[in-house]
Write a protein that binds this ligand. Structure first.
Ligand SMILES: [Zn+2]
Length: 111
């Protein structure tokens, strides 16, 4: 296998990509940044009543699985701050998902 270029590609970032984030090819900080940006974008669309980017939402839900699995690993190397960022992401996506579910139910009742 060709070895990965392990360095995070974000500008001015020299942090190694952790094995857990090989698929995203980002260091944890920039991965979380990207995830929060997507979360903010989808949240805004939802709040403005715009159509939700389904692909972005699916990606966010997949990140919840990733974060939960990663946090559950005993050998996980994240420090406290990194863990709380991941948790914040999990909660943010869960809240958004829940709000969307409620609003779909509300729409259902109006019909
Ligand atoms: Zn980075």
């Amino acid at each position: 296998m060709v070895p990965l270029n392990d360095m995070c590609p974000a500008p001015n970032c020299t942090v190694d990509i952790p094995t857990a984030l090989e698929a995203e090819r980002l260091c944890l900080k920039h991965y979380v940044e990207k995830a929060f940006q997507k979360l903010a974008a989808v949240t805004l669309d939802f709040q403005c009543g715009r159509e939700i980017d389904d692909h972005a939402m699916q990606w966010l839900l997949a990140q919840v699985n990733f974060a939960v699995e990663t946090l559950a690993q005993e050998d996980c190397k994240w420090d406290d701050q990194e863990r709380s960022l991941l948790l914040e992401l999990v909660l943010g996506v869960a809240n958004l998902n829940e709000s969307m579910r409620h609003s779909r139910m509300a729409v259902g009742r109006l019909r």
